[in-house]
Design a protein around this ligand. Sequence first.
Ligand code: ADP
Ligand code: MG
Length: 392
Amino acid sequence: MNLKTLKDLDVKNKRVLVRVDFNVPLEDGKVVDDTRITEALPTINYLREQEAKVILMSHLGRPEGKVVEELRLEPVGHRLAELIDDHVLTLTDCVGEEVQRAVEGMEEGDVVLLENLRFYAAEEENKKEFAHQLAELADVYINDAFGAAHRAHASTEGVAHLIPAAAGLLLEKEIKTLSEVMSDPAKPFVAVIGGAKISTKMGVINKLLEKTDNLLLGGGLANTIVKAAGVEVGKSLVEEEMLAEAKQLSEKKDSKLKIPVDVVVAQEANNTARTRISNINDIKPEEAIFDIGAETIKEYTEIIKKAKTVIWNGPMGMFEQSNFANGTNSVAKAVAEGDNKSVIGGGETLEAVSKLALTDRVSFVSTGGGAMLEFMEKGDLPALEPLKKQDK
Ligand code: ADP
Ligand code: MG
């Protein structure tokens, strides 16, 4: 994919509006994981070296079009200031006269962070008027928010049509890495997909089935496939409306597509629940599946260890409870220890890998969950459209 990138644009001394993904977890008014902020630093630092006026904007959480005090970006601005060891002016609005005045007062190299974009419903509705208000603040626009690139919102898509626009360094790196993996992976190419819902991942699962040498499924989403194949899954999490599609998938199950042969079951979803490992065909009506079993772990980790390219999204079980974390932890270790190019993405997947202190041993950690899956499936994202180089 041929995107206009930061270095194609003249940003020297310009007012540059940068869409970042600062949708970070907060606790007690503090940023508890600043990965998404640190990942945006190369773009921010480059712009400051070019003596640009850097106007950052992001969403945070789901305020749904109104001001929510807990979702103000002030703590994020505070953390960013520490990271760049300089002043960051965090505003209490993202459009309007006061914002315009603050931007007019900026000097070269200054950094301003606008307030949470989603305090306005017009952001997610991609309203022209709102996009214009954002565009008026700057001379050029940079999109560095890979994690939000699967959404055509005013700040990710609308505004890019209004002033010269290009991809930031993080967005460029994400697209380049994921494109390479999907188009020319070293073989064997193995994908591991888990997590809660099959409805959000069916598209990418079908795509990966074409591309990979092995596709390993686990987590809640495998339950729906198991049930669709006519197997008793008791009280397990199942998406009834996905059973028909899941049945088609279960029929493709062969040496390439793997679903669990055994699972960890319990009657309750907590850490003190009594658990047992059950063959996939022996689950009792009062039990639910919460992890993959020992035999499945052995099969999956052996396949992963032989892979030259691995993509992993989605935990193998309810890993937040230690008695259901074994499958996820074993997969994480196999991915990290293998002699491979490994790509992981997804909020809970990153959390699981980080808990084991294995993040540094993964080749590429994507900042996008939904965006990564959609890009792997479709090879494109709505926010990329206005950033593409026109064929001459
Ligand atoms: P990611 O954020 O990595 O993309 P998902 O959001 O799709 O992952 O899914 C993660 C969630 O799935 C975790 O919170 C985990 O507890 C849940 N989960 C995994 N397996 C099961 C299961 N068998 N039953 C219920 N929940 C599960
Ligand atoms: Mg998640």
